[in-house]
Design a protein around this ligand. Structure first.
Ligand code: NAD
Ligand code: SF4
Length: 445
């Protein structure tokens, strides 16, 4: 697909994922039911589970946690043994919702859970029915206590109305949902570390394969999906695959929540069809704050390579971002103006990765430590002429050699920053004669 393919937008653009957010008491089951809530369940229960998996495959829904893996395909990996998934020897199946949102700049799942918790619960019911799971865990990051409370209250409401528990709406299908609090480790957003944590162990990534679809929670087949992914499912059941595909782009269809933060006039969550550009998002967000020009930005959190003002028209979908040299990631669009020092911002992100590295593998554990040492030295104005090469060399030894995506992600801001803003790093080298340190950095050190 070329980046020139026009983004198909419904006319007019109607919010799908955020449409209830501004309703009074949007989180209550009464409001939810008044606004078509739980209507997808009867349609879902009238269908065979395999038809629902096919529907989601046809819709083209891709994982909204960052990687963009096709959701229907992931559901289809769950082995169903004798076809019903309940035959002799069939293992239990589980649905686990990854609500451990922690990527810097990413803040779309918490508002979804706060404003519209029943959309997630309804999505969990449909998904569990499709994959033949009778138990679902929603793993929420521990710091988001307000979300945990809201979700638990919503689960109680849904149970009281007969949407959860035994024989839901007379369908013969049973489902329990448990809202589990994490303890604040970024690595527990990695799906296998999350599963370890859920099982009561220290959260560290497992070797993949086997993927969770074959050996997940308690070594049983498990679908792990992001909040936004599953909250999209009821709308797909109600609207159909063709309607969902009428938004976004051919290989990245549907609506998406973009979290726009930083130096814009109106930071916030903006729902738009996949493929919207930063230029269009900036219009929605009121433009650059105080008119100060854009310098750099992340398309999907700090694990995605940086973009610059040259990339204002890149379509922000999985293919468009990749073709332009980055990744869509979590659609956490962090916008920085000309007053920000790139090496300083990169240093702050790298300190985060060093702190959150779980320590399991050497390239990431040792590499992030040394990256921080070098970057801090440079930002203090004590860099040496070999420091840029050292940074790139350490990144080369982390990328592709780490056990999980955290290590790879830690290198993205550094290598892309050196690619686009090499001169700013050169300006920090102390043994380079006649170079003035930027005023802003002098003030920081
Ligand atoms: P991945 O590409 O390894 O996997 C994506 C999903 O597809 C997983 O659920 C995996 O189990 C499944 N999958 C992939 N290949 C499969 C196969 N052959 N068989 C069965 N299932 C398969 O990516 P990942 O390491 O899970 O996630 C990386 C992404 O996470 C990054 O792109 C980043 O944007 C994102 N991320 C998000 C946050 C957040 O806060 N939301 C934080 C950090 C990173
Ligand atoms: Fe742990 Fe980092 Fe290795 Fe991932 S890459 S397993 S976070 S040390």
């Amino acid at each position: 697909m070329s980046t020139t393919e026009p983004v198909r937008k419904p006319d007019p653009i109607t919010p799908v994922l955020t449409r209830r957010w501004l309703s009074p008491r949007s989180w209550s089951i009464d409001t939810y039911e008044q606004l078509e809530g739980y209507t997808s369940l009867r349609t879902a229960f009238a269908a065979h589970p395999d038809q629902l998996i096919q529907l989601v495959k046809d819709s083209g829904l891709r994982g909204r946690g960052g990687a963009g893996f096709p959701t229907g395909m992931k559901w289809g990996f769950i082995p169903q043994d004798d076809g019903s998934g309940t035959g002799p020897g069939a293992k239990p199946k589980y649905l686990v919702i990854n609500a451990d949102e922690g990527e810097p700049g990413t803040c779309k799942d918490i508002p979804t859970m706060m404003a519209d918790p029943h959309a997630l619960i309804e999505g969990c019911i449909v998904t569990s029915y499709a994959i033949r799971a009778n138990f679902c865990a929603i793993y929420v990051r521990g710091e988001a206590l307000h979300c945990i409370r809201r979700l638990r209250a919503a689960v109680r409401e849904a149970k009281a109305k007969g949407y959860l528990g035994r024989d839901i709406l007379g369908s013969g299908f049973d489902l329990e949902i448990v809202v589990h609090a994490g303890a604040g480790a970024y690595i527990c957003g990695e799906e296998t570390a999350l599963l370890d944590s859920l099982e009561g162990r220290r959260g560290q990534p497992r070797l993949k394969p086997p993927f969770p679809a074959t050996a997940g929670l308690y070594a049983c087949p498990t679908v792990v999906n992001n909040v936004e992914t599953i909250a999209s499912v009821p709308a797909i059941v109600n609207g159909g695959a063709a309607w969902f595909r009428s938004m976004g782009r051919e290989k990245s269809p549907g609506p998406k929540i973009y979290s726009v933060s930083g130096h814009v006039e109106r930071p916030g969550q903006y729902e738009a069809p996949l493929g919207i550009t930063l230029r269009e998002l900036l219009e929605l967000a009121g433009g650059m704050k105080d008119g100060i020009p854009l310098k750099f930005w992340t398309p999907g959190g700090s694990s995605t390579p940086l973009f610059t003002a040259e990339h204002l028209d890149v379509p922000l979908d999985f293919e468009g971002a990749a073709e332009a040299g980055s990744m869509l990631g979590t659609t956490a669009v962090q916008v920085f103006n000309e007053t920000v020092s790139v090496p300083w911002a990169v240093m702050k992100w790298t300190e985060f990765y060093k702190h959150e590295s779980c320590g399991k593998c050497t390239p990431c554990r040792e590499g992030t430590y040394w990256l921080v040492q070098v970057l801090q030295r440079m930002v203090r104005g004590e860099g040496t002429s070999t420091d840029i090469d050292t940074l790139v060399d350490v990144c080369d030894n982390i990328l592709g050699r780490s056990f999980c995506a955290l290590g790879d992600g830690a290198t993205s801001p550094i290598t892309s920053a050196v690619k686009y803003f090499r001169q700013e790093f050169l300006d920090l080298i102390a043994d380079q004669p006649d170079v003035e340190r930027p005023e802003q950095l002098a003030a920081l050190t």
